[in-house]
Design a protein around this ligand. Structure first.
Ligand code: IMP
Ligand code: MG
Length: 191
């Protein structure tokens, strides 16, 4: 019989903030809320990669509407836990979004520089509507005024990893969301 392999990455967490089970339940609920908001309309989903990959993959399977999916790549962080002053667009859209109902998905709203920049870019392309959805919201850290239409969890001002969120591209595959041990956040070689 196959047994589930343990995640040794768990040992790098100070504590678990959101369990795998809580994520599953909340994603189901969010999917239902989104479906209700859009009625029968087709949705053009734009996921901000890499962070939103796991969340988007699970969320879309809870939304029965017709969906078109595109991804956009933005760099907000390097190998550290502090936001860049200005997010950089690394890979642009390939779908047309003029006249479409667009749902922009990201893993987390922190300073909101990233989502407000992308929302502004998309707004210029004349979508029929634009809504935003994030799994996590660190409301206390805003530098730009911005609220998402759909939010999974409000979390405190801690650097978190797992379920798509990374530190230096690691930990995205953790099934839960946890606070990374502070001793691991700024190793001397990256300082
Ligand atoms: P913002 O532009 O400051 O809102 O940052 C948003 C981006 O920063 C997200 O898409 C994440 O990639 C990254 N980010 C912000 N907070 C965290 C965190 O606690 N863990 C991992 N990535 C984070
Ligand atoms: Mg990101």
């Amino acid at each position: 019989m196959l047994t589930r392999k343990k995640f040794p990455l768990h040992a790098d967490l100070e504590n678990v903030l959101v369990t795998e089970q809580a994520i599953r339940r909340r994603v189901k609920r969010l999917g239902a809320d989104i479906a209700a908001a859009y009625g029968d309309s087709e949705i053009t989903v734009i996921a901000i990669i890499n962070g939103a990959i796991l969340f988007t993959a699970d969320l879309l399977r809870e939304i029965p509407n017709p969906i078109r999916l595109d991804c956009i790549r933005i760099a907000s962080y390097r190998n550290d836990t502090k936001s860049r002053s200005q997010p950089q667009l690394l890979q642009s859209l390939s779908l047309d979004i003029g006249g479409r109902h667009v749902l922009l998905i990201d893993d987390i709203l922190d300073t909101a520089k990233t989502l407000s920049l992308v929302a502004k870019m998309i707004g210029k392309l004349n979508p029929a509507s634009l809504r935003t959805c994030v799994l996590l919201d660190k409301r206390g850290r805003r530098e730009v005024e911005f609220e998402a239409d759909f939010v999974g969890f409000q979390i405190p001002d801690k650097f978190v990893v797992g379920y798509g969120l990374d530190f230096a591209e690691r930990y995205r595959n953790l099934p839960c969301i946890g606070v990374l041990k502070s001793t691991l956040q700024n190793p001397p070689e990256w300082a």
